[in-house]
Design a protein around this ligand. Structure first.
Ligand SMILES: Nc1ncnc2c1ncn2[C@@H]1O[C@H](COP(=O)(O)OP(=O)(O)OP(=O)(O)O)[C@@H](O)[C@H]1O
Ligand SMILES: [Mg+2]
Length: 247
């Protein structure tokens, strides 16, 4: 569904990506891992045109989008939405209104129809009972689930999650993981997850790609990572600070 072909990207004299090639399969959960600064966020931003490659190509359903104009990306950003680490909700609106807002904007529905649709999305993420609450009365885990419901309201084919479980308590993290898994399984949504969370990787990833020094160091199911003898992969998997990879 999404393909990176030999993508390189530098900022100033810092080469962040050095010929990254990978394919993201439709309806699967792909994790992108690597140390801080490895270029994980930069890589995923290429998909929706927030970053453009210096060379190489990014294909979306077989179409090379790397030289598209900003306007050409607008419809694609509805098909592929991003859930950022610090997802912002409007504090002066209820939960259901927060979810209804993009529905009204992007799906040309009246406000009542948008609220009704929003309620069904809240139901999908197990949040219907919070519909009338204000965002600041909820904890981070619940806010994250609402941000996910809001992303789903655009009926995307693909959702990019940047560090979805970072900063969440373990119970909330498990719920967010379950939600991501069910997006792929129940709705065939392609999920790209940037994460450091080993528990998430082993519980929900179909495939994992590790970026290191601007390139793909290893690409395969989580088990391949668990068994890898590569010193950098081993260090990452054990989460220890000392080793060949500077953390
Ligand atoms: N727009 C930009 N302009 C200049 N430098 C940038 C820009 N975006 C990212 N960078 C740099 O590119 C490098 C990779 O950034 P990126 O955000 O992709 O890292 P990451 O792997 O997501 O790390 P983290 O785990 O900390 O989020 C960093 O050194 C960052 O400072
Ligand atoms: Mg990042």
């Amino acid at each position: 569904m999404i393909e990176f072909k030999n993508v390189s990207k530098a900022f100033g004299d810092r080469q962040i990506l050095k010929g990254v090639s990978l394919t993201v399969d439709a309806g699967k959960v792909l994790f992108v891992i690597g140390k801080s600064g490895a270029g994980k966020s930069v890589l995923t931003k290429h998909v929706v045109g927030l970053v453009r490659p210096d060379s190489g190509a990014v294909l979306f359903d077989g179409v090379d989008v790397s030289s598209w104009t900003e306007e050409q990306f607008y419809p694609l950003r509805k098909r592929c939405t991003m859930v950022l680490q610090h997802s912002t909700l409007f504090d002066s609106m209820t939960i259901v209104e927060n979810v209804a807002l993009p529905i009204r904007k992007h799906r040309q529905l009246g406000w009542n129809a948008a609220l009704e649709t929003a309620t069904s999305y809240l139901n999908d993420v197990g949040m219907a009972e919070y519909a009338k609450r204000m965002p600041d009365t909820l904890g981070d885990g619940l806010r994250k689930r609402i941000a996910i419901a809001r992303a789903l309201a655009l009926q995307p084919q693909c959702v990019i999650f940047d560090e979805p479980t970072t900063g969440l308590d373990p119970q909330s993290a498990i719920q967010v993981d379950g939600l991501i898994r069910s997006l792929a399984d129940r709705f065939s949504v392609t999920c790209i997850v940037v994460s450091h969370d080993l528990r998430s990787i082993f519980s929900i990833a179909d495939r994992v790609v590790m970026l290191y020094q601007g390139q793909v160091l290893l690409d395969g199911p989580a088990d391949v990572f668990r068994r890898s003898e590569h010193p950098v992969v081993k260090q990452f998997m054990s989460g220890v600070p000392d080793g060949p990879m500077e953390l």
